[in-house]
Design a protein around this ligand. Structure first.
Ligand code: MN
Length: 202
């Protein structure tokens, strides 16, 4: 599927005359796939977890955010694919627009796909996600180590598709997830409140 086709939902939901979010013009994919975690204050405060698969960012909304504690199972609800350029988006989406509210880039980096079949052979990462389970090692500034995403409800019954994001193995890293209102951007060092103030939209 062409990138523009995969981003159809992303484009349909947004008015690019009003929001500064990227349209997605086909940024070149690097050697290692990237990930980004954004904090998004859009009525309900949540984290957006995105993994590069091919030329898009597969995306999940994670209400409580990823945890470094393997005992924490964090609900992750899939959202539309985003363009690769979204990794750098930090700012304010105007009120009344889709996702209206403030966004900071909480963490980003690269990840190593770790999915294997029963014989130990590595399998295509996008395919493992399609099948509903994928493991990967995050190499971010804040998030490091193995994580797994597992679909536990397929949404076929008209309900919402739902996944769990869990730190897989290893010892606990940090203490869960920091308070999203006090957390700082990995790129600018700013909090949500500071980004909102800087944009002039309060
Ligand atoms: Mn969001």
């Amino acid at each position: 599927m062409a990138e523009q086709e995969r981003l159809r939902d992303y484009h349909r939901k947004r008015d690019f005359g009003r929001t500064a979010e990227p349209r997605g013009r086909g940024a070149a994919a690097g050697q290692e796939p990237r990930f980004v975690v954004q904090i998004h204050d859009a009525g309900t405060l949540h984290f957006d977890f995105r993994l590069q698969v091919g030329d898009v960012l597969k995306s999940w909304s994670v209400p409580k955010g990823p945890s470094g504690d393997p005992h924490d199972k964090r609900l992750a609800v899939p959202t539309e694919d985003h363009p690769l350029e979204y990794e750098d988006f930090e700012g304010v989406i105007p009120r009344g627009e889709y996702g209206g509210g403030t966004v900071i880039v909480w963490d980003h980096g690269v990840y190593e796909p770790l999915s294997h079949d029963r014989t130990g052979r590595s399998v295509d990462f996008g395919e493992s996600l399609d099948r509903g389970h994928a493991r990967f090692r995050l190499k971010g500034s804040k998030l490091r180590g193995e994580y797994a995403l597992t679909r536990f409800r397929d949404g076929g019954d008209g309900g919402e598709e739902a996944w769990l994001l869990v730190k897989a193995g290893g010892k606990a890293q940090g203490h869960g997830t920091p308070d999203p209102r006090r957390a700082r951007s990995v790129t600018s060092g700013r909090t949500l409140a500071q980004v909102a103030a800087d944009s002039g939209e309060r």
